[in-house]
Design a binder for this molecule. Structure first.
Ligand code: PMP
Ligand code: GLN
Length: 385
């Protein structure tokens, strides 16, 4: 057996969703919306199964989808992408990440990562032979500084894996922080592998800035997007990868032997969906922002110290301000088993020296789901806190 996989626990998302089912809990753990997603996009996928092509689509993705993706990112992020040479369709952002790490890392290369980190990153980096160099971010600001980057970047750095907006914290790193990361990439000739799957889920008037748009970064950035997040249908594993042609040629080689392709009906529907008007995307943000505010207010009214969330489906509370001895994992286990609410302990996103006081809640839910969770959280207070 491979020692990296043999030693891995089951992902925290699967564990907490399993406990939520077993204890009939309200599941604010794993990040997925209550809403089934836009009907017109789902209808396109259904129609395409019945009337469309159900054999292998082209390896790099349907031409219509690659063209629609280039147009979408030109409109939303000002990027100029060549659909034929710089766009690839994968089976979810997860495949895109795995393929990029396999394709770009040579054994022994150093890879800079930021903790808390999305749980797939570290095993994928290690399996690709990369040596992780971890930057530890802390609440409440989770900010990236030049000192922190100077401590991990070196001539051995091949790649930095940068997630913005960030899961699990809900932070949107500022342009200044992004520029710092870019400056280090340029200085050490490193590639920026940018997980931008939450690019459309940003609040309070924020607009996404892709790392690709920063001066000098166009030639060294691999951008990853996910239709699952763009349309709030997380089971749709359709990822999009954007990279300059020299990098894309190698990324395509990894893709051809991971999945080779992605269900054609979903590609047809995503191509259609990417062309939806601004009002659709604005309404999606506004709805999620309202849900964020509802859960944040409910939690604060109960006495939980809520950390700000600028994007993603997630907000966090920092238990340290209530009682420094509270442990996020113990708290979440008690919450799901005794009080029927599933959440995610943020310590699960650290490989070492974990912050153990922060708990993540998913707010992409109907009001009734959030209200039910809040009622249960209120009952949890005398025992849990
Ligand atoms: N990266 C991040 C930061 C995510 O939050 C997620 C899913 N929640 C993914 C990647 C995986 O995306 P997909 O479902 O498209 O594989
Ligand atoms: N990305 C989702 C989350 O953060 C979960 C993805 C998964 O279950 N693998 O909750």
């Amino acid at each position: 057996m491979n020692s990296i996989y043999a030693a891995l626990p089951t992902t925290i998302f699967e564990v907490m969703s399993g406990l939520a089912r077993a204890h009939d809990a309200v599941n604010l753990g794993q990040g997925f919306p209550d809403d089934p997603g836009p009907l017109d996009v789902r209808q396109r996928a259904a129609d395409a199964v019945i009337t469309g092509w159900n054999q292998y689509p082209p390896m790099m993705g349907l031409a219509d989808l690659r063209t629609a993706a280039a147009a979408h990112y030109h409109h939303w992020q000002g990027l100029d992408l060549d659909p034929e040479q710089e766009v690839m369709v994968t089976s979810g952002a997860t495949e895109a990440l795995a393929g990029a790490l396999l394709a770009l890392i040579e054994p022994g290369d150093e890879v800079v990562l930021f903790q808390p980190l999305y749980d797939a990153y570290l095993p994928l980096v290690r399996r690709a032979g990369g040596i992780p160099r971890l930057v530890r971010l802390e609440p409440p600001s989770w900010s990236i500084t030049a000192e922190k980057l100077a401590a991990v970047f070196s001539p051995r750095t091949k790649l930095v894996l940068f997630n913005n907006p960030q899961n699990p914290t809900g932070v949107v790193h500022s342009r200044a922080e992004m520029q710092l990361v870019a400056d280090f990439c340029l200085r050490f000739d490193a590639i920026a592998l940018c997980d931008e799957v939450w690019e459309h889920v940003m609040f309070d008037g924020r607009r996404h800035l892709s790392m690709m748009a920063l001066p000098g970064m166009r030639e060294r950035t691999v951008k990853i997007s996910s239709a699952g997040k763009i349309f709030g249908m997380t089971g749709w594993k359709v990822g999009l990868v954007f990279a300059p042609p020299e990098l894309m040629r190698v990324l395509g080689k990894a893709h051809q032997f991971l999945t080779f392709t992605t269900p054609p009906n979903l590609q047809v529907a995503v191509a259609y969906g990417l062309g939806k008007d601004d009002a659709y995307f604005e309404a999606m943000r506004a709805g999620l922002e309202r849900s964020r505010d509802r859960l944040a207010k409910g939690l604060s009214d109960l006495g939980f110290p809520v950390l700000p969330s600028a994007g993603t489906y997630f907000l966090s509370v920092d238990l340290a301000a209530i009682d420094p001895s509270l442990d996020d994992e113990a708290f979440c286990l008690d919450l799901v088993k005794t009080h029927g609410v599933a959440a995610i302990p943020v310590s699960a996103f650290y490989a070492e020296d974990a912050v153990r006081s922060v708990v993540r809640f998913c707010f992409a839910k109907h009001d009734a789901t959030l209200d039910c969770a809040l009622e249960r959280l209120a009952r949890a207070l005398p025992n849990g806190i």
